[in-house]
Design a binder for this molecule. Structure first.
Ligand code: PLP
Length: 366
């Protein structure tokens, strides 16, 4: 058997260790996972109830077109239902965009370092990936624009950027869109948009009104706390959404995901609570990093990238031995940084206490 040549080099995704395994291996009774930007407050109780209620219909296929959910989300954003598409997480929207738009030899432009799924899916389609370094952790939009050629099909902009947490402003993105060819699809991945508390974050819906070639990616996995159900969506021009729908699998989101998402979007007080608690968490962590003399990127999502001034791997391991799981920068090409999810007040306190001990144990790198 011979697989496609363009995929033989691709690594198999390495998930973080499950909490139970870490507990067993290290003999810990308590483990705090701050590694995957999951919501420390879970999800809306209304979403949980919706899942329970849906159990009655487990033997029935879901509504392939997610009609009810589409209607609710369209109303929420004041767009037309034909401007929305759902996927098994926004991960699947990224996959479908690559599948629908890229053929071998096409070019696609993105930042290093950003969310890995853009590159991963582009490579599966044999597209040529053009990577542009971040500037102080932020997408350098003029530099991305400079790499666009008549072969470019898609430009990916992750905002806030994962793993750095930085944002591009409305003015920056607007200027970028005014200069880029309308034939290039611009993906604005806004997985953390609901966490934003700053004024100058892009109004993606306004930009979409002005530019048909924009698609916004949103998800129920992060602030909505439904990561395990796998449901995310794209908002775009009807023609773009139609194109992506042409490659969509018939039943790509489950009944449970649709029902939970419908209940979740109807409970905005839960979202407001999480946004406020997250902003307080960022303020607390920033203050503690300042006290410890550590620099960090300005954070706009529910995670922070902090430079621990020591090789990331031993810091990661030492934190794990104290029951705190983070993302080590060594796996993200930030050799002296770690990425930590903003947790509950209690979790943040535990993380800082453990970090302070670890900084005393691990030697500063020169
Ligand atoms: C988490 C994340 C996603 C995808 O999440 P799904 O669970 O697939 O919806 C997409 N983009 C970024 C930047 C993310 O951090």
């Amino acid at each position: 058997m011979k697989p496609k040549q363009n995929i033989v080099h691709l690594p198999v995704y390495q998930p973080g260790k499950p909490i139970e395994e870490v507990k067993r291996e290290l003999g810990l009774s308590e483990v705090t996972k701050l590694a995957s930007n999951e919501n420390p407050f879970g999800c809306s109780p209304k979403a949980k109830q919706a899942i329970v209620d849906e159990v009655e219909r487990v033997s029935l296929y879901p509504d392939g077109g997610s009609v009810e959910l589409t209607k609710a989300v369209a109303e929420f954003y004041n767009v037309e239902p034909n401007q929305i598409i759902f996927g098994a997480g926004s991960d699947e929207i990224i996959l479908m965009i690559a599948r629908a738009f890229l053929v071998p030899g096409d070019e696609t432009v993105m930042a290093t370092h950003t969310f890995p799924q853009y590159k991963h899916n582009a490579e599966i389609e044999s597209a040529k990936v053009i990577e542009v370094p971040l500037q102080e952790g932020t997408h350098d939009l003029p530099a991305l624009l400079a790499r666009v050629t008549d072969k470019t099909k898609i430009v990916w902009v992750c905002n806030p950027n994962n793993p750095t947490g930085t944002i591009n402003t409305h003015a920056e993105v607007k200027d970028f869109l005014s200069k880029i060819s309308p034939d290039v699809l611009v993906v604005l991945d806004e997985a953390y948009a609901e966490y934003i508390t700053t004024e100058d974050y892009p109004d993606g819906l306004q930009l979409l009104k002005e530019h048909k070639n924009v698609i916004l990616l949103r998800t129920f996995s992060k602030i909505y706390g439904l990561a395990s159900l796998r449901i995310g969506y794209g908002i775009g021009h009807p023609e773009v959404i139609h194109t992506i729908n042409q490659v969509r699998e018939p039943f790509n989101t489950t009944r449970f995901a649709q029902a939970a998402a419908l209940a979740a979007i109807g409970d905005q007080s839960f979202i407001e609570y999480c946004r406020t608690a997250n902003a307080e968490g960022i303020a607390y962590l920033s203050g503690e990093f300042d006290r410890l003399g550590l620099s960090y990127f300005p954070a706009h999502g529910n995670f922070m990238m902090v430079d621990v001034q020591r090789p990331a791997a031993p810091v990661f391991n030492a934190l794990m031995s104290k029951g705190i799981i983070v993302r080590g920068g060594h796996a993200l090409d930030f050799p002296t940084s770690i990425r930590v999810t903003v947790g509950s007040r209690e979790q943040n306190g535990k993380f800082i206490a453990a970090l302070e001990q670890v900084l005393a144990e691990v030697e500063v790198s020169v």
